[in-house]
Design a protein around this ligand. Structure first.
Ligand code: ADP
Length: 398
């Protein structure tokens, strides 16, 4: 089945056309600067990358340009749009009502709308993408694959914040977790790759990219994850602080004479690796290069990143009362050899030894712990687009 996978941000849209049976990507690309001047980057597999500048006032025009590119007689990969059998949309927030992917109908749209409060940057954009596809390809099934859904199996003790219960009652303030599509995909792949028993397995997935999160997965079900009400909680990320004492907000707001909204913006956009490195970079590669040249600011940032990962892994081993496998994924998890080295070398207490040679691998399934280690550590690349394609095809063929 040909599935168009769509991931809408507030001013951008990424897409891939994937065949769910062969897993082959026919074409992919992105629209940028939607609402401004507009730019489509389109790449058919095996073909040249094409860049088209054109006005895209809304996501509807952007999707229209993508569809036109897919059926373009010269560089397109489809004869007609009839060959697109379903559309899979990445949707950020499904709140507490949605615990699985679903075929989009009025009710699902209402839930995505209700959750705009919880995902103010993403949910409205996701909705625009959904509405544009419905308008331009009437009658085709659209599926929503939620970033929060996989984490809905967390028990109450893991998702509740210890604040007055009325805030949960009134506003559903709790931990939701994100990157769920990746955590689901990678935990499943890890079980398959390592030959674990799906019904008797404890896996920790460390999804480390610009945004990073860790999850604890027992028998294929998430029992805890590091992101919270929003993607700000948890690990040290590219520009996000992750965990901190909430009183820091009030303290800095008073000292700097700024309001909470501005402070949260600082925690989201100017903190993490960027903040810790005194503004040097939010990108791991830049920091690693600087660190290797002796830059102390870069070293501090990378040390804090690794230390937080080590602490979370320890807490999830405790939460699950053991662990069978730890998987590294995402841009940093799949590629950053020094991060994996620092983290795995701190797991000696679990009977884990790093296989230094295997750890030189990038971007492919690979066991990086020695065969005599008591817990297996592996690189397991994520593929969120393929996961969305598969979930879409599965739902549509039911
Ligand atoms: P996003 O959360 O935006 O999807 P990615 O998963 O693409 O992010 O991860 C981006 C991070 O991965 C960046 O910090 C980048 O430096 C790091 N990264 C990507 N490739 C490499 C590499 N070859 N070596 C080290 N780090 C890498």
């Amino acid at each position: 089945m040909n599935v168009l996978v769509v991931n809408c941000g507030s001013s951008s849209l990424k897409f891939q056309l994937i065949n769910s049976e062969t897993e082959a990507v026919a074409a992919k690309g992105l629209c940028e600067r939607i609402g401004l001047d507009g730019r489509l980057v389109y790449q058919p597999t095996g073909g040249e990358k094409e860049v088209t500048e054109a006005a895209m006032p809304t996501h509807t025009e952007a999707i229209k340009m993508v569809l036109d590119a897919l059926v373009n007689p010269n560089t397109g990969v489809l004869k007609s749009l009839d060959e697109v059998e379903a559309i899979g949309h990445r949707v950020l927030h499904g709140g507490a009502k949605i615990s699985d992917s679903c075929i989009i109908n009025d009710e699902v749209i209402s839930v995505i709308e209700e959750c705009c409060d919880l995902g103010p940057l993403h949910n409205p954009a996701n909705l625009m993408g959904i509405r544009a596809c419905m308008e331009l390809m009437p009658g085709k099934p659209n599926v929503a694959v939620f970033d929060t859904a996989f984490h809905q199996t967390m028990p109450e003790k893991a998702y509740m914040y210890a604040i007055p219960y009325e805030y949960y009652d009134k506003y559903k303030v709790r931990k939701y977790g994100f990157h769920g599509t990746s955590h689901r995909f990678v935990s499943k792949e890890t079980i398959k790759f390592l030959g674990l028993d799906p019904d008797n397995s404890k896996v920790i997935v460390a999804h480390l990219g610009n945004g990073s999160s860790i999850s604890a997965v027992v028998n294929g079900k998430c029992v805890d994850t590091s992101m919270g009400l929003t993607p700000l909680e948890g690990l040290v990320m590219g520009t996000r602080s992750g965990d901190l004492d909430p009183a820091v907000l009030d303290f800095i707001c008073k000292k700097e004479n700024i309001d909470v909204t501005e402070m949260v913006n600082i925690l989201n956009k100017k903190s993490g690796l960027l903040g810790l490195s005194k503004g040097l970079s939010s990108d791991f590669r830049d920091l690693n290069e600087a660190r290797e040249q002796g830059n102390e600011d870069a070293k501090r940032a990378v040390d804090c990143l690794c230390y937080r990962i080590i602490k979370y892994i320890g807490s999830y081993v405790a939460a699950m009362n053991g662990v069978d496998a730890i998987a590294f994924t995402g841009g940093i998890g799949e590629n950053a050899i020094p991060v994996r080295e620092a983290v795995v070398k701190s797991l000696g207490y679990l009977g884990i030894t790093l296989d230094e040679e295997a750890n030189q691998t990038r971007g492919e399934n690979k066991i990086i712990s020695t065969p005599d280690s008591k817990v297996t550590v592996a690189i397991v690349p994520t593929n969120e687009e393929l996961a969305i394609c598969q979930e879409t095809a599965e739902l549509v063929s039911k």
